[in-house]
Structure formats: C-alpha cells, structure tokens
Design a protein around this ligand. Structure first.
Ligand code: SAM
Length: 218
C-alpha cells in the first residue's frame, strides 16, 4: 500500500494514456472513462510500484489477491450502466479501486470482502482519499440480505455458477454482472431481473479472475 497519497503530473499523464488505451480496446462509455481518468490507481500500490499502476494489468495487493486489470474494471462497470443514486452491491472489495470508480459514477456502494486484512485496510484508506462507501466483512456469495434490494450487483471474483441469493437481492429492473466458469477462465455474465420470476441472461467475453470462495461459491 502506498504511504503517500500524491497525485502529480507524472501519474495524471499516465492515467490519461491509460484512458486512451481503454478507448482503443473498445471501452466507449464516457462516464466510465472519466471515472477511470479521475481515480488515482497508484494510491493502491506501494510507492516502489507506482510505475506499474497505469499499465493495463492486474497486480498483487497482498493476501494472495489482486487489483483487477483496468480493462476488466471498465468492462464490468460499463455493463452495470450506473445511474446517479443507484444502490450497488460489490462482492470482492479487494483494495477498493473498483469501489472508487462506482462512487465516482454517483453510486451508493455496499461492498463486501471476505479477507479481514483487506477489509480493514480498505475501510480506512477509501474515506481518507475521499471515497465514502459502506464496508462489510464476510462471505459475499450470499449477498447482504439486510440491505437488499440493490439496483446493481457486481461480483469481482470468479464464480462456479450464479448464486441464487444474489438474484433474490436484485431489484426489479436491476442488473447483476458476474464472471462464471471454472478456475482457469470465466465468461462475463449479465443478468437482468425482469420480474420476481423472469431473468434475461447474456453471456459475454472470457476473463480470468481469482476465485469467489464461500458458501454459494467455490
Ligand atoms: N474489486 C477489487 C478491485 O477493485 O481491484 C478486486 C478484487 S479481487 C480481483 C477479488 C476479491 O474478492 C479478493 O479480494 C477476494 O478476497 C474477494 N473474495 C473472494 N471470495 C469472496 C466472497 N465470497 N465474499 C467476499 N469477497 C470475496
């Protein structure tokens, strides 16, 4: 974790180039691109690795976990079609980068992480760098029933199937974005909740995530 939170011209320039790269890779949502252009991703890296922060790569954040690749964050966020005031559940807080992007887009974020150390660290760092969210520690494969329904749910770890609890906790008209597959690769799946019993599921591109570990997961 970076000990200094300084956003200087070098990092701002690198962030601008990252946005240009994401546009070339097919990200088209202006709001998502603006959010990526704003959130200082190097704040989630030790200062020694700041030169890695704006490469389009995943990177270790401790506890055997990773900060997701910027393209993956942009891809999942684009699929959520966040509107200001949306109540969003994120499963897999990690270091909190994806959470900051959602907050930049005006979402009211509920985020849950199963690793105690990551939860503690992120809960402290995010408000310190100006991002307010609701932090929880536990098994997110069951969602957080107490605060449901959610307009959007994003899962940032690879699941073996779509957990039923998450579908239940989605508001009517709400969208779930979740990578589903085996340990090697997962396909991005979006599920739109049409009414209490009907869903529209779309299967998209292939990614590789760390596993979603829990009661309704691996
Ligand atoms: N969202 C993060 C970011 O912005 O970079 C990336 C998260 S990392 C790819 C996936 C995270 O999901 C890990 O921190 C892991 O500990 C967490 N995780 C895995 N299974 C989980 C579960 N059942 N509930 C909550 N978090 C879980």
């Amino acid at each position: 974790m970076a000990h200094k939170f300084i956003d200087n011209y070098r990092e701002k320039g690198a962030r601008k180039r990252l946005v240009e790269l994401l546009i070339k890779k097919g990200i088209g949502d202006e709001n998502v691109l603006q959010a990526i252009g704003k959130v200082p991703r190097h704040y989630f890296f030790d200062e020694t690795f700041w030169n890695q922060a704006y490469k389009d790569i995943a990177f270790p954040i401790g506890e055997g976990q990773t900060i997701s690749q910027p393209y993956t964050v942009a891809y999942q966020t684009e699929l959520l079609h966040i509107r200001k005031g949306d109540k969003v559940l994120e499963i897999g807080t990690g270091c909190g980068y994806q959470c900051c992007i959602l907050v930049e887009l005006g979402a009211d974020v509920y985020t849950i992480e199963r690793q105690e150390k990551l939860y503690q660290r992120t809960k402290q760092v995010l408000p310190h760098i100006g991002y307010k969210a609701n932090f929880f520690c536990g098994d997110g494969s069951k969602g957080i029933a107490k605060h449901a329904p959610y307009n959007k749910i994003i899962v940032t770890a690879g699941a073996p199937f779509v957990p039923e609890d998450l579908l239940k906790q989605l508001a009517i008209g709400g969208v779930l974005v979740i990578p589903v597959g085996d340990e090697q690769s997962q396909q991005m799946v979006t599920v739109l909740k049409i009414n209490e019993t009907d869903y529209e599921k779309i299967v998209l591109d292939t990614f590789r995530f760390v596993p979603l570990v829990g009661d309704r997961a691996w």
